[in-house]
Design a protein around this ligand. Structure first.
Ligand code: HMG
Ligand code: MG
Length: 314
């Protein structure tokens, strides 16, 4: 049988010349930490990220402190920020109670977070997908009325820790619900990092039924080491918003075994290597990663940071 010859030029869309990275390290990265991380350390991390050139930072979440104790200092962290103009500070709000608590802290954007899998919705936010949309609708309305932007995170768009593979139709269904209640942009999340490029592309294709590509971001955890490949696959579909965690911090408390997001340093290195602008100073970003990794008493999960630190040491 003759070998199949793949026409790479035909299958790849022109890549964007610039990408926007949202560092979710202070929230997604730290929410799962067992050891106490003082508000002052979280604030310093945000300051270092913005100094490195990040224009979007997911700072904290206004969720139940019984469910996620690490985020209990949400208001203190928000209050301690020395904000830089042009930077968008976002926070997670699962319900009106969270939104009312978040509002005085002046977030630029709030994030409602749902799941494409019923089981994960139940485990993570204690309600069905349909119930979650009912809870989100007044939050979205209130935020938009207050001039606060609204993002929707869609968990388990390729796989669920409880249900296994998730069909693209489930993603399209959730994206449609998010659109209907007024969510302005959405994150296609591979919560447990099981996705591979074609599966991720199918989840994005499903989302494109309801949102324009500029309103879609990729949020890839790196459990199986596929997050950079998935990033590239999304990039080739024209996606130019990506979420990542400095030093590869993180995981979700309700997705056991899942590791952190793809490291921001690794995404920046990939983009710069492809001639794509990020506006981020990689060396300063590596230093931000060293700061938080040193505090946590462990090595960075970023391959690029590790390589650059070895080079510095050498
Ligand atoms: P519930 O128990 O169903 O809520 O939790 P409830 O309305 O029945 O209230 C029960 C108690 O919670 C009450 O307190 C409320 O006051 C309190 P009590 O009377 O028992 O003392 N409560 C709250 N407290 C503070 N802030 C609030 C709030 N709401 C209720 N907003 C709830 C529902 C959503 C609150 C709960 O399930 C929860 O907090 N879950 C946390 C989920 C979470 O933070 N998960 C991690 C983030 S998502 C993620 O990481 C995925 C993502 O990265 C994308 C991806 O990778 O997939 C975004
Ligand atoms: Mg996540």
């Amino acid at each position: 049988m003759p070998c199949a010859v793949i026409d790479l030029k035909a299958s790849f869309m022109p890549t964007p010349s610039r990408v926007q990275l949202i560092d979710v390290g202070p929230r997604d990265g730290l929410q799962n930490e067992k050891q106490a991380v003082p508000a002052s350390v979280k604030i310093e991390l945000v300051h270092r990220l913005q100094a490195a050139g990040l224009k979007e930072i997911e700072v904290t979440s206004f969720v139940s402190p019984k469910w996620v104790p690490q985020m209990a200092d949400n208001a203190e962290v928000m209050a301690g920020l020395q904000r830089q103009s042009g930077v968008c500070y976002s926070v997670l709000t699962p319900n009106l109670q969270g939104f009312e608590a978040a509002r005085p802290t002046r977030p630029d954007e709030i994030v409602v977070f749902g799941a494409a899998s019923e089981a994960f919705s139940q485990k993570n936010i204690n309600c069905s997908i349909a119930e979650s949309i009912e809870r989100f609708a007044p939050v979205v309305q209130a935020a938009l009325a207050a001039g606060i932007a609204v993002r929707g995170a869609m968990s388990c768009t390729v796989g669920c820790p409880y249900e296994g593979e998730v069909a693209p139709e489930r993603v399209a269904y959730l994206a449609g619900l998010m659109k209907r209640i007024g969510v302005q942009r959405v994150d296609v999340a591979d919560t447990i990092g099981v996705g591979t490029p074609l599966k991720v592309q199918r989840a994005i294709e499903a989302t494109l039924q309801h949102f324009e590509v500029r309103h879609i971001s990729g949020h890839f955890h790196d459990t199986y080491g596929q997050a950079l490949s998935n990033t590239l696959a999304a990039l080739h579909m024209g996606v130019f918003n990506f979420q990542s965690s400095v030093a590869g911090l993180g995981g979700c408390p309700y997705a056991k075994g899942a590791t952190g997001n793809v490291a921001t340093e690794d995404v920046v290195y990939l983009m710069h290597g492809m001639g794509i602008e990020t506006g981020i100073d990689l060396e300063a970003l590596v230093d931000a990663g060293v700061f938080i990794s040193d505090f946590l008493g462990r090595k960075t999960q970023s391959r690029v940071a590790t390589a650059l630190l070895n080079k510095r040491a050498g």
